[in-house]
Design a protein around this ligand. Structure first.
Ligand code: NAI
Length: 334
């Protein structure tokens, strides 16, 4: 099958070409994002392969279907950027990579917690300037602290294991509590507020859905333990950034670590260092000493990229052979 890989970087090419050797699909790498202005580039493709910030809305799906594209293969776990109902209506199949490396994201989450807590980002900059002053670098022991995990799927459960290893008390909130985690000592809260009120660190590992959109809003910030740290390595819009900025300004939020941002599709994955950042909300975030931003890199390990390429190629091969990908994503009933 011909697969047009949108938003392709050099690392995508390297890992996909390696995994495609045995499969023999025709890969076409396009640096541009998929969207209404670029959908015409998929003319002649059987499948498109897209990433987190490609926009696969109704217009794009209509454009793909009219050009004969039969499969949208997401090379990520989240699928909030695809209009699944429109895809179903147009008979275009959608698939994803449900779990490529929960360790990659969970370990990056721990890296963010430790960096913010021990101020490694500030220490690094200071030492380079010959400043060995410790004032302002005071942290706390993670051992014995309470960490609340929102969403205990693949990544949340892996994160819980890592934090138990640090000697943390781990709380969780998930509509589908995980009995195995409970047996390991993780305490499931009855609601989000209970978790927020008791946690020194809150980490978001739930998908972006209509329910979790702006899950952390002004009320949720107020429900947090004063001075608690907030980490988001799930999807940007789970946080209402303006509400969290307000919390940072008055000290209610003691630190913020984000790998994702609600308006990230205008920023992330590109080198904008010679340009002016037009997003004032994002620019404000960068002024806080207790805010750490990474540009959606939590997934970015060799193991994860290998697994992403392998599963995506396997999805396309299964679709070609059986008419259905291995990991289909379908619109919820109704
Ligand atoms: P998963 O599907 O295994 O787990 C998600 C969990 O969230 C499930 O247990 C589900 O019951 C729970 N959940 C759903 N609605 C909830 C709610 N309202 N409140 C609390 N929990 C809720 O997904 P996985 O693999 O753990 O990934 C989680 C999210 O992480 C993905 O949806 C994706 O958005 C994000 N992600 C971010 C990456 C990054 O590079 N920053 C990489 C991979 C995933």
């Amino acid at each position: 099958m011909r697969i047009d890989v949108f938003s392709a970087k050099e690392y995508d090419r390297a890992f996909f070409e390696a995994e495609n050797r045995g499969a023999g699909h025709e890969l076409r790498f396009l640096a541009l994002r998929l969207g209404p202005d670029t959908v015409s580039l998929a003319e002649g493709a059987d499948a498109v392969c897209v990433f987190v910030n490609d926009r696969v809305d109704q217009t794009v799906i209509d454009g793909l279907a009219s050009r004969g594209v039969r499969l949208i293969a997401l090379r990520c776990a989240g699928f909030n950027n695809v209009d699944l109902s429109a895809a179903a209506e147009m008979g275009v199949a959608v698939c994803r990579v449900p779990a490529y490396s929960p360790q990659a994201v969970a370990e990056h989450t721990v890296a963010m917690i430790l960096t913010l807590n021990r101020k490694i980002h500030r220490a690094w900059a200071r030492v380079r300037e010959g400043n060995f002053e410790l004032e302002g670098l005071l942290g706390f022991n993670l051992h014995g602290k309470t960490v609340g995990i929102v969403g205990t799927g693949q990544i949340g459960a892996t994160l819980a294991g890592l934090l138990l290893g640090f000697g943390c008390r781990v709380l969780a909130f998930d509509p589908a509590p995980n009995a195995e985690l409970e047996a390991r000592g993780v305490v499931f809260c009855r609601n989000l507020d209970e978790l927020l009120g008791a946690s020194d660190v809150v980490s978001l590992q739930c998908p972006l859905t209509p329910e979790t959109h702006h899950f952390i809003d002004e009320c949720a910030v107020a429900a947090m333990k004063p001075g608690a740290m907030l980490i988001n390595t799930s999807r940007g819009a789970v946080i209402d950034t303006r509400a969290v900025i307000k919390g940072l300004k008055d000290g209610q939020v003691g630190g913020l670590g984000i790998d994702v941002y609600e308006e990230e599709d205008d920023l992330f994955f590109e080198d904008l260092s010679n340009r002016i950042i037009p997003d004032d909300v994002f620019a404000r975030l960068l002024t806080f000493p207790n805010v750490l931003v990474t540009g959606h890199q939590a997934f970015f390990t060799k193991e994860a990229l290998t697994e992403i390429a392998r599963t995506t190629i396997a999805n396309v091969t299964a679709f070609e052979r059986d008419g259905a990908p291995l990991h289909a994503v379908t619109a919820p009933a109704g």
